[in-house]
Ligand binder design. Structure first.
Ligand SMILES: Nc1ncnc2c1ncn2[C@@H]1O[C@H](COP(=O)(O)OP(=O)(O)OP(=O)(O)O)[C@@H](O)[C@H]1O
Length: 615
C-alpha cells in the first residue's frame, strides 16, 4: 500500500495550456474544411518513420537501446467499436519534457515568419501552411476530436500519456509503460466522412498512395501494406511520377509535389543510387540560420544519417533527397565519415550529374527550367561568386538573364551565339527592373547600335558576372562603360571639356567628395545627366552593400556625366555663381534619383528646385 502511495506521488500529472500560436493553429485544424484531410495518416506515419530513424541512428553509438534482431514496424489499428485509429511505432519515443516541448508547442513557431504566414494563410484560407511549418502532428485534429498519445523514450524509465481535445489545453502525465516507442490514438469525429478512416480498404489505399516507400513495414492486421523494396532499389520503369511525389512529400515533409526529381543509378568504380528532389518553393526555413543542408545517407539500404552535408555543395542546399551506397561501413562515425574518400567521390560525381541534368532541362524543357530558375537561380549565382569563383566554370552554363532581345531569358551561350562578328564584349546593364532598364539612355545607346544587352535586376547578378569576368573569352562590359565615340568625336569632347573647364571645376567644387569626377557625355540621349561609377564598386553594389550591416560605408566612386546637348547645359553655362551651386546640386540629385538612390536631403532638393522653377 505504501509503495502504491509512493508511486502516486512520484508520477507527475499536469494540465497545461497550449501556446497562443499552437491554439491558433489547432483552431485552424479543428475547424478545417480542407478537402485532403486524409493526409493526416501520412503525417503520423512519417513521424513514426522519423522516430524509428532517430532510434536507429542513436543505436549506432548507444548499442544497448536496440536489440539488433528487433523488427521495427509501424502498426495501424482501427477499432470500429470505439471509433479509434491507433498508429504505433517502436522508435525513439519521447520523455516527459520532450512531449511538452514537441507536442505542446510549435518548435519553430517563435519565428515571425511563421506568425505572419499564419495571418496571411487565414486571410486567404490557404492551408499550405500546414505542410510548410511542420505542423504534421496537429493535422490529426482535422479528423479526431480527441487524441491520446502514449510514449516511452529509452532514456526514461517511465512512459508519458498526453491527452487533448485540441481546445486550449492538454493533459500530460507519467504512466507505467515498458515498451519503447509511441502510440497515437485518434478518437475520430462522429461523422460519416471521418469514420471512413476505420475502413480497412480505405486505410490500405491511403498507405499505398502516400506512404508506399516508407522504409519500415507498415502493418495492418498482421499484413505488410507498403512496398518491401526501397524506392531507390525499384527499377525506374516501375516508378511513376506519383510514386516519387508521394515519397517526397512523406519523407521531406512538404505539402506540394516537387518541381523535379532525379534518379541516378551509378555503376562502375563508384556505385551508388541517389534520388533527388527540387522543391517548388524554398523550404520554409531555407533562409534561416537553423537550416541544415544535406542528403540522407544509406548504406546497403540501412539508414545512416539524415543530413549529410558533405554530399551536396552549399549552392545546391535546397535539394532534398538520399544517397544509398554499398561502399561504406555501417558503423562509421561522423568524423570518419567526413573524411571518407568514397563520400567525396560520390559528392563530386553527384554534383556533376545534377549540373548536367539542369543543363539538359534548360534545353529540353525551358519552361520548367525557368520555374526552377526563378525560385533558386540566385543560389546558382551566389555559387558562381562564392569562394572567389572556384565553381564558376562548372556553373556558368546554368545562368539565365533577361535580355533586350524580346525581354526573354537567355543563357550566356545563347547570347554569345547571337553576337555579331564585330562585337567583342558581352553588354549588361544593372537596374531595379526591366521597365527602368529598357529606358536607360546608356542601354538605348547600345541597343541602337544593334547590340543585345543583358538586364541584371538582382543583386547577385552583377557579383556573378564580375567574378566570372569573361565567358567564352568574351569580357562582360557594363553599358555605363561603353562608348561608341569615334576618335574625332572624342577629340571634340576633349576640346569642349577644356573650354568648359572652369564650369566643370566649379560644379566639382560644389559637390565636393560626393563625386570623384564631372565629365561631359554627348551619348545620353534625352537625359540631362547620368551617374556612373569608377573602380570596383558599382552603383548597384553600393545599394546592395548598404543593406548588409557593417557595409553601410562602402561607397561607389561616382562620376556625374552631363549631356552637353541638353538645354540645361546652356543654363549651367549662363548661371550666376549662386544659381550654379543650386543647379549642380539639383543635377547630382537627379542622377541619384535616376539610379534609384534615395535623395540625401529631400527638403533641400525641393527648395533648390523650387527656387529655380519660380525664376
Ligand atoms: N511518433 C513520434 N515519435 C517520437 N517523436 C515524435 C513522434 N511524432 C512527433 N514527434 C515529435 O514531435 C515533433 C513535432 O511533430 P510534428 O509532426 O508536429 O512536426 P515535425 O514532424 O517536426 O514537422 P514536419 O512533420 O512538418 O516535418 C517532432 O519533431 C518529433 O520530435
Amino acid at each position: 500500500m505504501w509503495s502504491a502511495i509512493f508511486k502516486e506521488d512520484t508520477m507527475k500529472k499536469e494540465t497545461k495550456v497550449f501556446q497562443a500560436e499552437t491554439k491558433e493553429l489547432l483552431n485552424l485544424m479543428v475547424h478545417s474544411i480542407y478537402t485532403h484531410k486524409e493526409i493526416f495518416l501520412r503525417e503520423l506515419i512519417s513521424n513514426a518513420s522519423d522516430a524509428t530513424d532517430k532510434l536507429k541512428f542513436k543505436a549506432l553509438t548507444d548499442t544497448h537501446i536496440l536489440d539488433s534482431s528487433e523488427e521495427l514496424c509501424i502498426t495501424i489499428t482501427p477499432n470500429e467499436e470505439l471509433r479509434t485509429l491507433t498508429i504505433t511505432d517502436h522508435g525513439i519515443g519521447m520523455t516527459f519534457e520532450e512531449v511538452v516541448e514537441n507536442i505542446g508547442t510549435i518548435a519553430k513557431s517563435g519565428s515571425k515568419a511563421f506568425l505572419s504566414s499564419l495571418e496571411e494563410a487565414k486571410k486567404n484560407n490557404d492551408l499550405n501552411i500546414i505542410g510548410q511549418f511542420g505542423v504534421g502532428f496537429y493535422s490529426a485534429f482535422m479528423v479526431a476530436d480527441k487524441i491520446i498519445l502514449e510514449t516511452k523514450s529509452p532514456y526514461s524509465d517511465k512512459g508519458v500519456k498526453w491527452t487533448s481535445t485540441g481546445e486550449g489545453s492538454y493533459e500530460i502525465e507519467e504512466i507505467d509503460k515498458t515498451e519503447r516507442g509511441t502510440s497515437i490514438t485518434l478518437y475520430l469525429k462522429d461523422n460519416d466522412e471521418d469514420k471512413e478512416f476505420l475502413n480497412e480498404y480505405k486505410i490500405k489505399g491511403l498507405i499505398k498512395k502516400y506512404s508506399d516507400y516508407v522504409k519500415y513495414p507498415i502493418m495492418l492486421k498482421d499484413e505488410r501494406i507498403n512496398s518491401t523494396k526501397p524506392i531507390w532499389k525499384t527499377p525506374k520503369d516501375e516508378l511513376k511520377d506519383e510514386d516519387y511525389n508521394e515519397f517526397y512529400k512523406s519523407t521531406y515533409h512538404d505539402w506540394q509535389d516537387p518541381l523535379l526529381h532525379f534518379n541516378f543509378n551509378v555503376q562502375g568504380n563508384l556505385e551508388y543510387n541517389a534520388i533527388l528532389f527540387i522543391p517548388q518553393v524554398p523550404p520554409y526555413d531555407l533562409y534561416t540560420r537553423e537550416y541544415k543542408r544535406g542528403l540522407q545517407l544509406y548504406t546497403k539500404n540501412v539508414f545512416i544519417m539524415d543530413k549529410c552535408e558533405e554530399l551536396i555543395p552549399q549552392y545546391f542546399n535546397f535539394i532534398k533527397g538520399l544517397v544509398d551506397t554499398d561502399d561504406l561501413s555501417l558503423n562509421i562515425s561522423r568524423e570518419i565519415l567526413q573524411k571518407t574518400q568514397q563520400l567525396k567521390a560520390i559528392s563530386k560525381n553527384l554534383e556533376k550529374k545534377i549540373i548536367s541534368e539542369f543543363e539538359k532541362l534548360m534545353t529540353n524543357d525551358r519552361d520548367k527550367y525557368i520555374k526552377f530558375w526563378e525560385v533558386f537561380g540566385r543560389h546558382i549565382k551566389f555559387g558562381v561568386h562564392e569562394n572567389f569563383g572556384l565553381n564558376k566554370d562548372k556553373l556558368e552554363n546554368l545562368l539565365l538573364f533577361k535580355s533586350s532581345k524580346n525581354l526573354d531569358y537567355t543563357s550566356l551561350k545563347e547570347y554569345v551565339d547571337r553576337m555579331k562578328n564585330d562585337q567583342k564584349e558581352i553588354y549588361y546593364a544593372v537596374g531595379e527592373n526591366l521597365d527602368i532598364l529598357q529606358k536607360m539612355p546608356k542601354v538605348l545607346n547600345v541597343i541602337n547600335k544593334g547590340f543585345e544587352v543583358l538586364y541584371l535586376t538582382e543583386g547577385a547578378d552583377e557579383f556573378a558576372l564580375k567574378t566570372m569576368n569573361t565567358f567564352k573569352e568574351k569580357t562582360f562590359k557594363s553599358v555605363t562603360e561603353v562608348t561608341f565615340e569615334t576618335e574625332e568625336e572624342k577629340e571634340e569632347i576633349k576640346k569642349l571639356s577644356e573650354i568648359n573647364k572652369s564650369l566643370l571645376d566649379k560644379i566639382k567644387e560644389t559637390l565636393k567628395e560626393k563625386v570623384v569626377e564631372i565629365k561631359l557625355n554627348p551619348e545620353l540621349g534625352d537625359s540631362s545627366v547620368s551617374l556612373s561609377s569608377k573602380g570596383e564598386v558599382s552603383l548597384e553594389m553600393e545599394k546592395l552593400l548598404s543593406q548588409i550591416p557593417g557595409n553601410e560605408g562602402v561607397k561607389a566612386e561616382k562620376v556625374l556625366e552631363i549631356n552637353p546637348n541638353h538645354p540645361l547645359f546652356n543654363k549651367l553655362q549662363n548661371a550666376s555663381e549662386a544659381e550654379l551651386k543650386d543647379l549642380s546640386d539639383i543635377l547630382y540629385n537627379q542622377g541619384l534619383l535616376i539610379e534609384g538612390f534615395a535623395l540625401e536631403n529631400p527638403l533641400d532638393f525641393v527648395t533648390k528646385l523650387n527656387n529655380i522653377l519660380s525664376k
